[in-house]
Design a protein around this ligand. Structure first.
Ligand SMILES: *Cc1c(COP(=O)(O)O)cnc(C)c1O
Length: 384
C-alpha cells in the first residue's frame, strides 16, 4: 500500500483538504460581481502577508513569471543592476534581468551562506555617481536553505537612490518580511510554497517610488504591464482571464492564515526548522547552512559522498512514498532538501526523519536507529 505521498519539497507543498474543496467550484464570469468580491478580498489578504499598504497584483503564473514582471516593469535596457546572489534563485533573477537588457553586475556569495550587508554597503558606497538603478536580492534562497537578512541589506543601501527588488517566493508566509517597515520597493512571491495552494499564482507588490521608476520604464512588455494590472484592479478585475480556481483556493488559504495568525505561523515554521536541524545533527550528518541564517522553509542535509544524496531520495520515494528535493546544479547528489513549509505537520517530519535513518543504515552509515528521531520527539515534548 503506497498511501498518500509525503510531499516534503520546498514547493509545491501539500494542499489542505479545505483548500481543495474551496477550489472545486464552478466557474463564474471573470468580469462579474462574484469574482470582483473575491479579487478584492484576496488582494487585502495578500497585502497583509506582505505587511504592506501598497497594491499587490496577482498574476496567473509561477513565481518566475512575477520575477520577469518585476524586471520588465522596473528595469530599462541598459540600466545598471546590482544582483546579489547566494544560489540558484539569485542567479535566476540576474539572468532574467540580463535577458531584458540590463547591465548586470553580480555580487556572489558562497552557496550555503548569506549576503554580507557590509560587502553590499562597500559596493553601494563606491557608486558615488549613483549609476546603480536597481538592487536584486533573494530573501530565502531555496536551493541552499539560507535566509538573507533583507532588513540589513536594505539598510546597507543607506540613502542610495536605487530601488530594491526582493524575491520572497519561498519566504512569505513562512518567514517575517515587512515590506513597508523595511522600505522595500518591489516584492514578489508565489502560491505553491507557504501559501498552501497549487502552483500557478504569483504576487507582485510595488511602492510609489517603484511606480515612478515604472512610469519612465521603456522595456517591452504586455502581459506583465503593471499599469494595466493596477487599472483593472481598481475595478476588481485583472487585465486578462485570471486563474479563477486558484483564486478560490487563495481565498480559503488566506482565511486559514488569518485564523492561525502570521506570527504563530512563523513560530511554527521556526519550530519545524529547529526540530529537523536538531535531529540531523544527532544523526551526525552535516547541515549545509549555519544555524545563524538557517531557513524557516527548508533544510539542506549534506549526505556523505560514499552514499550519495540521490540514492537516499530514491529509496525514500520507492519504499515510503516520501518526496524530498535534491540538490541543484553543483549541489546535485551532495544534498537533499527537506521542505517544511506550508501545510506540513510535525508528524510528517517525524515519519520522514525515521525513514531517513532507515535509509542511512541500509546504505551502511554507522548509526543507532532512532537517535535522530528521539531527538525530534524530545524537541516536540519540550516545546509544547
Ligand atoms: C520557487 C521559487 C521561485 C519560483 O519558481 P517557479 O518554479 O517559477 O515557481 C523563485 N524564487 C525562489 C526563491 C523560489 O523558491
Amino acid at each position: 500500500m503506497r498511501g498518500d505521498q509525503y510531499l516534503l519539497l520546498p514547493g509545491p507543498t501539500p494542499i489542505p483538504e479545505r483548500i481543495m474543496r474551496a477550489m472545486n467550484k464552478s466557474m463564474v464570469n471573470h468580469r462579474g460581481p462574484e469574482l470582483k468580491e473575491i479579487i478584492k478580498d484576496v488582494t487585502v489578504g495578500v497585502k497583509k502577508t506582505f505587511k504592506t499598504e501598497n497594491n499587490v497584483l496577482i498574476y496567473p503564473a509561477s513565481g518566475s513569471g512575477a520575477l520577469e514582471a518585476a524586471v520588465v516593469n522596473f528595469i530599462s535596457p541598459g540600466d545598471k543592476v546590482l544582483s546579489i546572489s547566494i544560489g540558484v534563485f539569485g542567479d535566476r533573477f540576474a539572468k532574467i534581468a540580463t535577458q531584458f537588457g540590463a547591465n548586470v553586475e553580480k555580487l556572489d556569495f558562497k552557496w550555503g551562506e548569506v549576503a554580507d550587508p557590509k560587502v553590499v554597503k562597500e559596493r553601494i558606497d563606491q557608486d558615488v555617481r549613483k549609476e546603480i538603478k536597481v538592487v536584486l536580492v533573494t530573501h530565502n534562497e531555496t536551493s541552499t536553505g539560507a535566509c538573507n537578512d533583507i532588513k540589513a541589506i536594505k539598510e546597507a543601501m543607506g540613502d542610495h537612490p536605487a530601488i530594491i527588488m526582493v524575491d520572497a517566493v519561498s519566504s512569505l508566509g513562512a518567514t517575517d518580511l515587512r515590506m513597508d517597515e523595511w522600505n522595500l520597493d518591489v516584492v514578489v512571491s508565489g502560491s505553491q510554497k507557504a501559501y498552501m495552494i497549487p502552483p500557478g499564482l504569483s504576487f507582485l507588490a510595488c511602492n510609489s517610488k517603484a511606480l515612478e521608476v515604472h512610469k519612465k520604464n521603456n522595456n517591452p512588455k504586455y502581459y506583465w504591464d503593471v499599469t494595466a494590472g493596477l487599472k483593472y484592479l481598481e475595478k476588481g478585475q485583472t487585465p486578462y482571464t485570471p486563474a479563477i480556481s486558484l483564486l478560490y483556493g487563495l481565498q480559503e488559504a488566506l482565511k486559514m492564515i488569518q485564523e492561525e495568525g502570521l506570527e504563530n505561523i512563523f513560530n511554527r515554521h521556526r519550530n519545524y526548522r529547529d526540530m529537523v536541524r536538531a535531529a540531523v545533527k544527532e544523526i551526525g550528518l552535516q547541515l549545509l547552512t549555519d544555524d545563524k541564517y538557517a531557513s524557516n522553509a527548508l533544510t539542506s542535509v549534506v549526505v556523505p559522498e560514499e552514499i550519495g544524496a540521490n540514492k537516499v531520495r530514491k529509496f525514500l520515494l520507492e519504499e515510503f512514498n516520501i518526496a524530498l528535493a535534491g540538490g541543484q546544479q553543483t549541489l546535485d547528489d551532495k544534498i537533499f532538501r527537506i521542505g517544511h513549509l506550508g501545510y506540513v505537520r510535525q508528524l510528517d517530519l517525524l515519519a520522514t526523519l525515521g525513514a531517513i535513518e532507515i535509509a542511512l543504515v541500509k546504505f551502511g552509515y554507522d548509526l543507532q536507529l532512532g537517535k535522530g528521531l528521539n531527538k525530534a520527539q524530545q524537541f516536540i515534548l519540550n516545546n509544547r
